[in-house]
Design a protein around this ligand. Structure first.
Ligand SMILES: [Zn+2]
Length: 306
């Protein structure tokens, strides 16, 4: 378990495969979702199932797996009166992922997911900083190989603050950004479109925001938690503006609290074709976000040339 192999592959222009969704795979395996923290409680309540899902992704071909900490942000847990469990939930999530890697006997890297899940943007940046730092510290102390700032879809200044917080951790940081198309202007924006019954959350212009982020962040940038139809366009913009490493891990389906519904699932062959086109456009790290299960990750792992 280290970042060394991933760095070697990236330096040699090889493709990296990520894992897919955690929540929907846990549900398939029988885990119960929490009404507030979604799959965030599973690392403690169903640790053996979290280990299994991580193992399934490794078997499917993932080179990097991600901790089940997207929904257990300190700011969200405090909001639900779970402040005493923040450390336990985040530590346990690293421990179960490490166990899956040990069991696989493969050199798999572990990414610690740090997010702004819960959308507490109205609290303001200053109120959010302690929570970002707290989660970053727990995950790095517990021994993740890299940090993914996941599915950043908020105001650009909040993302910039998260990047600044992450720069203090002495491990590699990947930035994943969630995008939507603005109905009126047809431009690609920071934002997300998770539910069928509410309009998309649309924040700032993606290209302009990206140009702010890359002044601070030099590590890989991934288009994530975005619809497949937006992902290719966002990759092209990212490639035009950023000369670092680009990647993508999109969504399939929608959120119906507290469940991720896959909706009309995409066929593995079709997913592979989409991912192939992104690789052709320059994506070097590919996987899946919400609704993308082990079958889709397995389908794209044939693109690995090692
Ligand atoms: Zn997602």
């Amino acid at each position: 378990m280290s970042y060394k192999l991933i760095k070697e592959k990236l330096d040699n222009n090889k493709l990296i495969i990520l894992d897919g969704a955690m929540g929907s795979e846990l549900e398939k395996n029988g885990a119960k979702m929490d009404k507030n923290l979604w799959c965030g409680t599973c690392s403690v309540e169903f640790p053996e199932l979290v280990v299994k899902v991580h193992e399934d992704y490794i078997k499917a071909g993932a080179d990097v797996i991600t901790t089940n900490t997207y929904a257990s942000t300190p700011i969200s847990m405090r909001n639900y009166g779970m402040e005493n469990s923040i450390k336990e939930f985040n530590q346990k999530s690293v421990q179960v992922a490490k166990k899956a890697i040990e069991n696989s006997k493969k050199d798999i890297a572990l990414a610690g997911s740090v997010s702004a899940s819960g959308s507490y943007y109205k609290l303001g940046i200053k109120a959010m900083i302690p929570g970002f730092n707290e989660q970053l510290k727990i995950l790095t102390d517990e021994g993740v190989d890299l940090i993914i700032l996941e599915a950043m879809s908020s105001q650009a200044d909040i993302v910039q603050t998260m990047i600044e917080c992450s720069m203090k951790s002495n491990i590699p940081v990947w930035l994943s950004i969630s995008c939507v198309i603005d109905d009126k202007t047809k431009k690609i924006m920071l934002g997300y479109n998770d539910t069928l019954d509410s309009p998309p959350e649309v924040y700032e212009n993606f290209e302009k925001s990206l140009n702010k982020f890359i002044k601070l962040h030099k590590g890989p940038i991934l288009i994530a938690h975005s619809d497949i139809s937006v992902t290719g366009k966002a990759i092209d913009i990212a490639k035009k503006n950023f000369d670092g490493i680009i990647g993508a891990y999109p969504n399939v389906g929608f959120y119906e609290k507290p469940h991720w519904r896959s909706g009309d699932t995409i066929r593995p062959d079709d997913y592979l074709n989409e991912v192939k086109s992104w690789v052709k456009s320059g994506a070097q790290i590919v996987g899946g976000c919400c609704g993308v299960g082990t079958n889709l990750i397995e389908s794209i792992s044939v693109l690995k040339d090692n």
